[in-house]
Design a protein around this ligand. Structure first.
Ligand SMILES: Cc1cc2nc3c(=O)[nH]c(=O)nc-3n(C[C@H](O)[C@H](O)[C@H](O)COP(=O)(O)O)c2cc1C
Length: 229
């Protein structure tokens, strides 16, 4: 198992949070070790099962297999839960770790009126989380759900590896966009518009300032209109 402290692909050396801009790939440096809580940010950012604000044009599906150890995703759930016209759903809070427990009919009913689907998860072994994958298997099935056609798919993800590692010439040899290719192919298959992912690189161990910038970046992206085809 990859350990963020010792074996992560790259531990950023300096704080690069000032790089945060409108770029979709955001890097920041380590200030705190992973697991070092930022009390002001963490209060009230628990894994709420489901929150709906206004008429949900955006459905956010969040997943983290170890919510008690999460710092970055937990911080991101705050603006996700507060966004206008959004339904936020945390898979582990709703379904636990039951890989086959999804309410397929109800999940797909939500798709009808939405215009943007956001999948939010940490990268674990260069992949999505088990519950996110199970959600797609069980809710989407093996076909291409017609309710998704023409809608935006936005992936929001976090990594320990930094921007230097996620390069063709870097330690990993692939960009984060390439790591996310299966999701892009899934969007193509279902007729969704795969928009540029919002990737917070080198995020493990982010300090309070970087976490706030991540939150602001995500909130700004969610305020943008859904990019339908
Ligand atoms: C089991 C496991 C596997 C991981 N695999 C990767 C990986 O493949 N690439 C990477 O950049 N970071 C990897 N990480 C680091 C996480 O992506 C990082 O800690 C996480 O995005 C930070 O968000 P969090 O505080 O919400 O957990 C891994 C972490 C764990 C626990």
């Amino acid at each position: 198992m990859m350990n963020e402290r010792d074996n992560s692909p790259e531990r950023p050396e300096s704080n690069r949070a000032d790089n945060v801009s409108r770029r979709s790939v955001v890097t920041a440096g380590a200030g705190l070790a992973i697991g070092a809580a930022v009390p002001a940010l963490m209060s009230g950012t628990g894994a709420r099962a489901q929150v709906t604000n206004g008429r949900p044009r955006t459905l956010i599906i969040a997943s983290h297999p170890y919510p008690d150890r999460s710092v970055v995703n937990k911080a991101l759930w705050e603006p996700a839960q507060a966004a206008e016209d959004t339904m936020f759903k945390n898979l582990e809070s709703v379904y636990g770790d039951n890989l086959q427990g999804f309410d397929r009919t109800e999940e797909r009913r939500i798709y009808r009126d939405m215009e943007r689907l956001v999948l939010m998860f940490p990268i674990h072994w260069f992949n999505m989380t088990p519950m996110m994958k199970a959600y797609m298997n069980e809710v989407w099935g093996s076909g291409a759900p017609s309710e998704l056609r023409g809608k935006e798919l936005l992936v929001v993800t976090t990594t320990a590896g930094g921007a230097d590692a996620y390069r063709p010439e870097g330690r990993l040899g692939f960009t984060i966009e390439e790591v996310l290719t299966p999701l892009q192919a899934s969007a193509n298959y279902t007729g969704m518009n795969f928009s540029e992912p919002l990737a917070f690189l080198g995020a493990a161990g982010a300090g309070a300032d970087a976490l706030r910038q991540y939150q602001d970046t995500l909130a700004a992206r969610l305020r943008e209109a859904p990019r339908r085809t």
